[in-house]
Design a protein around this ligand. Structure first.
Ligand SMILES: *[C@@H]1O[C@H](CO)[C@@H](O)[C@H](O)[C@H]1NC(C)=O
Ligand SMILES: *[C@@H]1O[C@H](CO)[C@@H](O)[C@H](O)[C@H]1NC(C)=O
Ligand SMILES: *[C@@H]1O[C@H](CO)[C@@H](O)[C@H](O)[C@H]1NC(C)=O
Ligand SMILES: *[C@@H]1O[C@H](CO)[C@@H](O)[C@H](O)[C@H]1NC(C)=O
Ligand SMILES: *[C@@H]1O[C@H](CO)[C@@H](O)[C@H](O)[C@H]1NC(C)=O
Ligand SMILES: *[C@@H]1O[C@H](CO)[C@@H](O)[C@H](O)[C@H]1NC(C)=O
Ligand SMILES: *[C@@H]1O[C@H](CO)[C@@H](O)[C@H](O)[C@H]1NC(C)=O
Ligand SMILES: *[C@@H]1O[C@H](CO)[C@@H](O)[C@H](O)[C@H]1NC(C)=O
Ligand SMILES: *[C@@H]1O[C@H](CO)[C@@H](O)[C@H](O)[C@H]1NC(C)=O
Ligand SMILES: *[C@@H]1O[C@H](CO)[C@@H](O)[C@H](O)[C@H]1NC(C)=O
Length: 673
């Protein structure tokens, strides 16, 4: 029962937020513009007013209550084991075993959650670390203890399964059984399953090897930074370097990065190739024609959806190429190089948003657009300390929403005061409301949602929020910042993901048809793709192909299309809102209440979006075109107003030297083209 773990780990932590989200935080005291009485990073959590901090006591009152829950869960493990081999003839046994496995999952999920969130806000809290150790061991035992349930049900004769679904006592589990029945052909005999389970660890090897190489063994080079100081170019720091306004720094940074990937290119490529071959082997053993088919089958999505997204992008390369051309004009460069792809087109345009002002703005948006039911969850969230707002030393870098069944959701932020932080708040609140409505309306076994539907929930509100904010802003420069954020979001969450998907399909196709995967073959595929996507205004040369080694997603097995697809669905729902469709709020809220009681595409259909309809898929590209054209106009207006927007990147870089920014976190997913 793999879903025990998926409920136990932070999900919904959102590529969109990652993309929107390189949090550049000033050193405390240096950023004089802070009028908010907000520190940029707190040394001690004690210094943060409690209303901006989580209250873990909502889950367990204290360590003693945690220990009691651990003891109770441990005691129920042998009881769970007693059902093994007994699921068959008596329906009440199946119901009881499902109930017992869900009870165990629920309580272990809560235990794990309680420990984990406390580690996330303070990695050097020894009490939290100790609880997390206990919780992790318990989680592993619990997973083992329930692992027989689905295979035993899947092994029932066809007639028995069909009869089972007719029984009234099974009605609450209908979709669970349907899912088992649907994928039955790919669940193998217990011997084969044992071999597959044993091999699972081996298939994680290549990623581990590549991580070790990239993060500890390779000595990354340094280049001269914005102030002439030495800056080390690593996979983690490159995100910031690629956004620097100092063009020479970006150029040297990228050259150093690529040189290093090239130097270790054969080893890193062999590692990725082994990973892909391992996945291809699992797909074959499970009787799938391809790894893509396996990935799609897990969420019951038809290959047609993904194919039509790819086709929509190819059919609209003109709009993407025009964005490259706009970038070239806006930056005022003679030749546009890949190291120019990450820098904002609205340099120095960032105004600082104090959290509470941003909150008031977001609250107004939620109330106006989604109505009272949605807004009241948000209001409750802040009033009751569901949100951990500010960064502190030892806090997990990033943003997420997470929940354990039976509790309210918890949202983690690292507030930095930029517009992207406001967008991240709205994105994460999309997850929080989704979790709240699903948990209020579904039993435990339907409370998990797929990443797919979760991202639809957050992308819809994020896109609507950006529109809403642009409409209200009076400041042309602020509007340009917002449009720039919207375009980056569309590029990061949609276009780049489709590009990555195409790369994955190409290398899996080679692996699954016995062709070699080497540094040279993979670089060539990647270079062709980035050239096609960016068009003639971006100047690449052969050395740029090696960049594929920078993308960690390729170790996540056909995962990127999920983000792209949910972006498209979120965009389609947002366009229903924009068209003033009366029923859309109710439909959207209904979708948020479904949890995993239906398949993802059915859930999206409840919100009025049929992803099999090519028109729906097409809207995402018209939106991209609209955004880039609006951005172009905004840049003109903003530059008329203040004539600072399109000044050359070099002089902006010089100006920014007064602010020595400190990179708190560099999510390695930020700029990829
Ligand atoms: C983290 O926990 C340790 C141990 O309790 C404490 O000394 C430290 O101040 C905490 N860190 C923060 C940022 O509060
Ligand atoms: C179901 O009943 C049959 C016949 O009574 C028995 O042989 C079989 O072991 C039972 N199966 C299970 C899983 O209890
Ligand atoms: C297990 O069954 C009991 C009694 O029907 C029910 O109250 C409880 O919610 C069920 N637990 C889960 C996790 O489904
Ligand atoms: C189980 O799946 C098969 C197809 O594999 C289908 O024919 C059958 O109707 C399904 N049974 C139920 C009860 O849905
Ligand atoms: C998902 O699977 C079921 C079979 O269990 C099928 O009837 C349904 O059409 C599939 N597709 C979607 C989009 O739900
Ligand atoms: C997979 O291959 C089998 C046998 O060749 C074929 O019947 C089936 O339609 C294929 N499935 C897909 C999704 O292509
Ligand atoms: C790209 O820009 C050109 C020139 O401005 C314009 O004629 C064309 O319609 C644009 N294409 C797309 C797909 O936006
Ligand atoms: C959901 O939000 C409401 C407030 O709108 C709150 O009363 C309720 O306890 C929350 N439930 C969960 C599971 O978060
Ligand atoms: C490729 O372009 C980069 C700049 O993007 C440059 O540093 C490098 O020398 C070029 N390599 C070749 C082989 O032309
Ligand atoms: C983009 O769409 C909005 C409405 O959705 C419209 O008001 C605006 O004029 C469009 N902009 C461009 C440049 O097409």
């Amino acid at each position: 029962m793999a879903n025990l773990r998926s409920r136990g780990l932070p999900r919904a932590c959102c590529l969109a937020a990652l993309t929107a989200f390189l949090a550049l935080l000033g050193t405390p005291g240096v950023h004089a513009a802070s009028e908010c009485a907000e520190e940029l990073i707190y040394e001690s959590r004690e210094d943060i007013p409690p209303r901006f901090r989580w209250n873990p006591a909502d889950v367990f009152e204290d360590r003693e209550a945690f220990d009691d829950a651990v003891a109770a869960a441990e005691a129920s493990i042998p009881e769970m084991g007693s059902w093994k081999g007994r699921l068959g003839n008596r329906t009440e046994d199946i119901v009881s075993a499902l109930n017992a496995s869900h009870e165990l999952g629920r309580s272990v999920g809560e235990i794990y959650f309680f420990a984990r969130i406390q580690v996330h806000v303070n990695a050097s809290d020894p009490g939290a670390a100790a609880m997390f150790g206990v919780a992790s061991a318990l989680l592993a035992r619990a997973e083992e203890a329930v692992s027989f349930v689905e295979p035993e049900i899947a092994a029932l004769p066809r007639a028995r399964l069909d009869a089972l679904l007719e029984e009234p006592s099974m009605a609450p589990y209908r979709h669970v059984i349907d899912n088992v029945n649907r994928t039955k052909a790919h669940i193998r005999s217990s011997e084969v399953e044992l071999v597959l389970a044993g091999a699972a660890e081996l298939t994680l090897g290549p990623r581990d090897i590549s991580d070790h190489l990239l993060n500890s063994d390779i000595v990354w080079p340094t280049v001269a930074g914005e102030n002439g100081e030495d800056v080390q170019v690593t996979p983690a720091t490159y995100g910031r370097i690629s956004r620097s306004l100092d063009r020479e720094f970006r150029r040297a940074g990228r050259a150093a990065l690529l040189r290093t990937y090239e130097a270790f290119g054969n080893t890193l490529s062999a590692s990725l190739a082994t990973h892909v071959q391992g996945q291809a082997w699992i797909s074959r053993v499970r009787g799938y024609n391809s790894s893509l088919e396996r990935a799609l089958d897990e969420v019951n999505v038809s290959a047609r959806v993904v194919r039509s997204l790819v086709a929509a992008v190819h059919g609209n390369f003109g709009a993407v190429h025009n964005y490259t051309a706009l970038r070239k004009r806006a930056l005022g460069v003679e030749t546009l190089y890949p190291y120019d792809a990450g820098v904002s087109l609205v340099p120095n345009g960032e105004k600082r948003y104090c959290f509470e002002d941003a909150w008031t703005m977001a609250m107004t948006f939620w109330r106006e657009i989604f109505g009272e039911e949605y807004a009241s969850v948000a209001e409750t969230a802040f009033a009751n300390r569901w949100i951990d707002v500010f960064p502190n030393t030892g806090k997990w870098g990033g943003a997420y929403a997470w929940v354990a069944y039976g509790n309210h959701p918890y949202m983690l932020l690292n507030w930095g005061g930029t517009f992207n932080d406001v967008v991240t708040l709205v994105h994460e609140m999309g997850h929080v409301v989704h979790m709240n409505l699903t948990h209020t309306n579904q039993p435990y076994h339907y409370s998990g949602t797929s990443v797919f539907v979760s991202e639809v929930a957050s992308v819809t509100s994020e896109n609507l929020f950006i529109d809403w904010a642009i409409e209200r802003s009076e400041d042309p420069k602020e509007r340009a910042v917002m449009l720039n954020a919207a375009v980056e979001l569309a590029q990061g969450t949609f276009l780049n993901q489709i590009l990555f998907h195409e790369f994955e399909e190409a290398i899996y196709d080679d692996a699954e048809n016995g062709r070699a995967l080497t540094k040279e073959t993979m670089s060539a595929v990647y270079l062709d793709l980035i050239t096609a996507y960016n068009g003639p205004d971006m100047t690449y040369n052969a050395s740029d192909g090696i960049y594929f080694l920078r993308i960690p997603h390729f170790y996540l097995n056909y995962y990127v299309w999920v983000y792209a697809t949910s972006y498209a669905a979120g965009e389609a729902i947002a366009s229903r809102f924009r068209s003033g469709d009366q029923g859309v709020v109710d439909d959207f809220l209904s979708m948020l209440k479904l949890g995993s009681s239906v398949y993802p595409l059915e859930a999206v259909r409840v919100a009025g979006v049929d992803l099999l309809d090519p028109f729906v898929v097409g809207t995402v590209m018209s939106r991209f075109q609209n955004l880039t054209e609006s951005l172009e106009m905004a840049l003109d207006v903003a530059s008329d107003a203040e004539s600072v927007v399109t000044v050359s990147a070099e002089s902006e870089g010089a100006a920014s030297r007064a602010f020595p920014f400190l990179l708190l976190l560099a999510l390695p997913l930020v700029t990829y083209l």
